[in-house]
Write a protein that binds this ligand. Sequence first.
Ligand SMILES: [Zn+2]
Length: 65
Amino acid sequence: MEPQGLQKTYVCLGSCQAVVTEDEYESGMTACNNESCSMKGEPLVRGKKSEVTGQNEKVEEQKEL
Ligand SMILES: [Zn+2]
């Protein structure tokens, strides 16, 4: 069980600004499929919606020790 708020999310950096959970990503939602998105078909990236700008931003993976 992961605490709320710590689940990884994946985001589209295109115009649709989609956010999917890790579960959704694992089940096959690995690329943007929004017809009107500027990055349709591009892979989603590890990231989240910034609380500062309201825009999706990439998050660097923490390196395991
Ligand atoms: Zn998109």
